[in-house]
Write a protein that binds this ligand. Sequence first.
Ligand code: 4NP
Length: 154
Amino acid sequence: MIKVLFICLGNICRSPMAETIFKHLVEQRGLEECFEVDSAGLIDYHEGEQADNRMRRHASMHGYHITHRSRPIELADFTHFDFIIGMDRHNIRALESMQPAGSCAQIMDMASFLRNHQADTVPDPYYGGDQGFEYVITLLEDACAALLDHLSDN
Ligand code: 4NP
């Protein structure tokens, strides 16, 4: 079982979208028995909330249904999950500074998996408009497919 945790700041836009897209691809490939997939945030401000309405609306326009409720990352995640994947440099730096001794989790940058799009980050859409949410989905579909190829090859 490969355990994958997606991380963003609030866990209401990017990382629950990444979790949903990744799970969809895992199901399409019949790999449900091989993967555990979750998401979490660096802040607890939205704990217990559904994903942002705008993210859910754009997700449904692309055929996705986000069911995740926001939760903050906890230290136990660093020992439970094999791969912890941040959406931007701020996420990566925060994860690296939180990682406890003894954790073997690999912290990775989501943008590093992009194949068909050039971007060095999956940008925070929270304070922007519709285009930002569409762009997040475009990037995450690309990166999730490449990430799943990478993890299922190994
Ligand atoms: P996310 O977006 O990190 O993609 O979930 C954000 C959600 C909430 C906030 C910032 C970014 N916030 O400041 O509350």
